[in-house]
Design a protein around this ligand. Structure first.
Ligand code: 5GP
Length: 217
């Protein structure tokens, strides 16, 4: 059986990543997601083993000691980590595996796996980002500010990724990612998809990122 490809999908909370992922799941049956470990508290509606493996700090440390993480990072005061077992078992079964991780984690994976395809989802404006974060309503004012600053910091690093996908329209954004993945798998792709891939190349979005982050938050 042919091994799947490894994909990293990053983007600040508020970039609409969750919605994009939901749409991808509907149409891409060969896509598997790696469920990360986190020490943060579950939000309303989050399910253990589905959204994350929610662990105590001691449990997290135990996995760390056993070298069970492909990468692990502290994000906003909590620990997050990608389990080697999750990723490798799914790749071996032929699934294309997507990791939804932060920028630092993404770069760590890239160091170890040159073939990984890294995609950054970016909001189309800072206003959209802020309203998505505010709309979430699950965080205190202080956490909101920290997340806004964190988001801006992440967006400034988007150029480190192979592709930058701007999430202005959910269908378009989904189709951009599908085109990139087809290309990455070496499949024949249409002219329209070729154009999508070209448009999403990181080097073709430098100016956009600069404009977006220039004004601060
Ligand atoms: P949230 O708490 O909003 O679910 O996620 C906060 C941040 O942690 C997001 O940027 C998310 O991509 C990142 N994250 C989630 N899982 C992992 C992981 O396993 N490793 C790393 N490095 N970051 C993660």
């Amino acid at each position: 059986m042919e091994k799947g490809i490894l994909i990293v999908l990053s983007g600040p909370s508020g970039a609409g990543k969750g919605t994009v992922v939901k749409e991808l799941r509907k149409v891409y049956s060969n896509l598997a997601f790696s469920v990360s470990v986190t020490t943060r508290q579950p939000r309303d509606g989050e399910i253990n083993g589905v959204n994350y493996h929610f662990k105590t700090l001691d449990e997290y440390k135990e996995i760390l000691k056993e070298d069970g993480f492909l990468e692990t990072e502290e994000v906003f005061g909590n620990y997050y980590g990608t389990l080697k077992s999750e990723v490798f078992s799914k790749l071996d079964k032929g699934f294309d595996v997507m990791l939804e991780i932060d920028v630092k984690g993404a770069m760590k994976v890239k160091e170890q796996y040159k073939d990984v395809c890294t995609i950054f989802i970016c909001p189309n404006s800072i206003e959209v980002l802020k309203s998505r974060l505010a709309g979430r309503g699950s965080e205190s004012e202080e956490t909101f500010k920290v997340r806004c600053q964190g988001a801006l910091g992440e967006i400034k690093q988007a150029e480190k990724y192979d592709y930058i996908v701007i999430n202005e329209d959910i269908v378009d954004c989904k189709n951009d990612i599908l085109a990139v993945l087809k290309k990455q798998k070496g499949l024949d792709i249409s002219q329209e998809d070729e154009e999508r891939v070209e448009r999403c190349l990181s080097k073709n979005n430098k100016d956009f990122i600069e404009r977006l982050t220039n004004g601060g938050i």
